[in-house]
Design a protein around this ligand. Sequence first.
Ligand code: GAL
Length: 468
Amino acid sequence: MRMRNKYRKPTTFRCNAGSRCSTSAVVWSLVGCFFMFQLYTLVRQKDRLGGEIQFRVSNHPQFHELEQVEEENIQIPPPRKRSPRAAKRKPRRPTTLIDEFLDENSQIRHVFFPQKLAIDPMKDTANDSYYFYPGRIWLDTDGNPIQAHGGGILFDEKSRTYYWYGEYKDGPTYHAHKRGVARVDIIGVGCYSSNDLWKWKNEGLVLAAEKANETHDLHKSNVLERPKVIYNDHTGKYVMWMHIDDVNYTKASVGVAISDYPTGPFDYLYSKRPHEFDSRDMTIFKDDDGVAYLIYSSDDNSELHIGPLTEDYLDVTNTVRRILVGQHREAPALFKHEGTYYMITSGCTGWAPNEALGHAAESVMGPWEFMGNPCAGGNKVSRLTTFFAQSTSVLPVPGFTGSFIFMADRWNPADLRDSRYVWLPLIVGGPADRPLDYNFGFPLWSRVSIYWHRKWKLPQGWSGWKRI
Ligand code: GAL
C-alpha cells in the first residue's frame, strides 16, 4: 500500500490570495528570467567586445600584428629502426611530442633547443635586430649565453634601465642522489642590464653562493631559485626575494637580500618559512600604491598563499590568504591591468612543461578566478605545455596599455645551464573564452592571450627605445 507522505510539499504554490500557480508556470517563469539574464549578459559582452577592439586598435595598432595567431607544425620523426629481438622484448609505445621534448636523444631536439642559431645582439644587424626568437640561445653583449633563469625584470626609474635577475646556472647538471631531481650547484643570482630589452650587458653575480660555510643558506649544495627584485621608494633600497631550499626541497623557505644599487652586491639577510608555512615556487609583486606582496606555493604545492610585505619589504606581515586551494599550481607570475589583477601559473611537474592557466581578481588578495589556458597559436601540444616552457614573470611594455611580455623558462633538465628563454607577447583584451567561476557561464573579464611567434619584436615607438 502506498502511504501518503505528509511531509511532502504540495506541488502548487499560493501566489496571492485567490490565485494558484502550477509548478510548471513557476519553472517556466524562472527559465524566462534566466534566458533574459543571459541575453542581457550577451549584449553586454558584445558591447564590451566592440569597445575592446576599438580600444585596442586605436591605442596601439602596432601591437595588433603580434596578436596574429601563428600556427606551428612540428613533425614527429618516424620511429628509429630496431632489431626484431629488441622490438619483441619491449614493444614500442607511441611517441608523442612531449616524449620527443623530454628525450635528450630525440631526432628533433634542435626544434626545442636549437644549437647553431643564437640571438646575438652584437652580430645580428639590420634584418635580425631586436627580434626575439623563443627557445634560441640568447647571448649577452660579451657573446656568452645569458644566465638568468627563473628570473624577473626590474625597471629602475633612477637610471631608466631594465635589470634582469635570475638563476645563474652555468655549472654541471647532476643528481645529488638516485631519486633527486636534476640540479646545478648554487652559483648565485645573475644580473643583466638593458635599455631595449634585447641587448643585455652582464652586470655579474649580484648575490654569490657561499663556498665554505656548509650551514649557510647559500652554500652551493643548497637551492636558490626564482629570485625577484623590487625597489622600495621609502628606504631607497633594492630588495631581493628568492626561494631557498636544501637539496631535497624540504627546507621550503624564502630568502631576503638587500642592496643600495640595482647591480648589487646584495647582502643576504635571512631565510624563513613565511607565515610558518612551507614555501617553494614564489614571486613578489609591487602594486601601484607601493604595497608589495609575496605569493608562494604552499602546503606541498597544493595551494598558493598571498600576503603583503612590511613597509620596508624585508619581511611578511601577519596577513595572508590561501588562494587556488587544492589546485596544485606553481611558478606564479602576477601583473595588473586597468585595476584588475592577473596571474599566470603552471602545474607542478618539476622541470617538465605543462599547461599554463590564467587567473584574475579584483583585489590582489582574492578571490582569484580561473580563466583557462592563455596560450594561442603554435599547436595543440605546445599550447598544452606553455610552448614547452614554464612561467616566471610578466613585464608590462611601457607605452602600450594592455601589452606585456610573458617570460618563461624552457628547462633543459639534461643540462640546466642550457635552459632557454621563451618570451612572448601577452595581451589583455577581448572577452575571456572560458567561463569563469561565478558568472553563470558567461565570461566577465577580459581574455589574457599569450601569442606564439617563432620570431617577433616589440613595435617601434615603445618608450624603452626612446629612452625618455
Ligand atoms: C619546478 C619549479 C622549478 C624547480 C623545479 C625543480 O616545479 O618550478 O623552479 O624548482 O621544479 O624540479
